[in-house]
Design a protein around this ligand. Structure first.
Ligand SMILES: [Zn+2]
Length: 158
C-alpha cells in the first residue's frame, strides 16, 4: 500500500480513487486474429504494471472475470491450448490499444504520455497533477485534446 502518492484521482461517477491501465493487442495467428488484453493498476509514479491477462472474446458481453493473478492463468480451461504459439506471432506494437479506466465503475478516462510515441509514463487527465500541454495525447484522444487546446505547443507536428 502506498498512501503517499503525489496525485489524486477521484472518480466523478463513483468516487473511487484507483485507475486501471489496459493494453489490448492483436495476435495474427494464421488465418484468424486474436485479441488479448492485460491490465493492472496505475501506480503513484505514473508507471503501471499488468496483473491480469486474458483473451478478449468476440462477444458483446464485456464482463470480465476478475480472479487473482494465480487463478486466471489456469482458468482458461474452456478452450484448447492456445494455438497461436505455433505460428510466428506478428505483433505490431503500433496497433496496440491502451485504455485507462476507473478501477471501480470502468469509466474511460482520457490520458496522455510523458514522452512522444506512447513513451514514458501515463498521465490520466483527471489526475490532480495532470498539466495540459505537458503530455503527448494518446492518439485516440488527439482530436479531443485539440479542441480543448491541450496539445503541446511547438512540437506536435505529425
Ligand atoms: Zn468510477
Amino acid at each position: 500500500m502506498n498512501d503517499h502518492q503525489p496525485w489524486e484521482f477521484t472518480c466523478k461517477t463513483c468516487g473511487d480513487h484507483n485507475l486501471t491501465v489496459t493494453r489490448i493487442w492483436i495476435i495474427l495467428a494464421g488465418p484468424v486474429s486474436e485479441r488479448w488484453q492485460e491490465w493492472g493498476p496505475l501506480e503513484a509514479d505514473h508507471h503501471w504494471h499488468y496483473e491480469f491477462k486474458e483473451r478478449v472474446e468476440e462477444k458483446p458481453d464485456k464482463e470480465v472475470e476478475r480472479g487473482d493473478f494465480g487463478e486466471f492463468m489456469e482458468d482458461d480451461s474452456a478452450s484448447e491450448p492456445e494455438e497461436y504459439e505455433i505460428y510466428e506471432p506478428e505483433n505490431n506494437p503500433e496497433s496496440d490499444e491502451f485504455y485507462v479506466n476507473c478501477a471501480n465503475c470502468d469509466r474511460e478516462i482520457e490520458f496522455g504520455w510523458s514522452q512522444p510515441d506512447r513513451g514514458g509514463r501515463i498521465f490520466p487527465v483527471e489526475c490532480s497533477d495532470f498539466i495540459p500541454g505537458e503530455c503527448w495525447p494518446e492518439p485516440r484522444y488527439l482530436d479531443s485534446w485539440q479542441q480543448k487546446h491541450w496539445l503541446r505547443t511547438g512540437d506536435d507536428q505529425p
